[in-house]
Design a protein around this ligand. Sequence first.
Ligand code: FES
Length: 218
Amino acid sequence: MTQLEIVGDGVGHTGKDWFYTDIVKDHFFHPRNIFKTAEEVKEFNADGVGLVGSPACGDGMKLFIKVKDDKIVDVKWQTYGCGTAIASTSAFSVMLLDKGGLSIEEALKIKPKDIADYLGGIPPRKFHCSVLADKAFREAVNDYFKKSGQLERVVEGSAKIIDKILKITDHDIEHAVLEGAYDLEAVQRKTKVGIHDKECIPIVEKLIKTYKEKYFGE
Ligand code: FES
């Protein structure tokens, strides 16, 4: 991608327009802590690496961390993602390195909504791009825990089947919410969850509420 489409300035992530804030534009045009060459990756000698793909768009994100005394002392990243993914990850890396680096515990408390707030908001349809950085970071921390023998601290998130007939998982519902499906009807339009397996509907409604709170603070 060579150009970020700029159609205005300043709308929150709950807004309805496709506007980018000046902070988003700044981080897109001047990304912080990004790897530019393969040599830089080698020299960095990461303590943990997280690689994730976005089910929403197929883009990828790789994030590298250095850890000392349980603090994130350095972060670098690479992505095939869009302008919002670049801006979100750049901003996230700055947040992680605040005041010389957050503790792992503090860093894991940062949510995609905090990244969006730091950027002054991102268009709702692009929210999944900030989730990519968050997920890659959590993978990198898990990788660090495994490599440093702290297996009891590893948090694995395996998908649970919610709709037993269509085999729809909680991750499918999470992705639908991130794509802008904020109620049962909208999630069903995207996933068909509960169309045949009606017993799962109360769980689906609960999950929609949980993901809305988690990502959008609603
Ligand atoms: S559209 Fe793929 S990361 Fe933004």
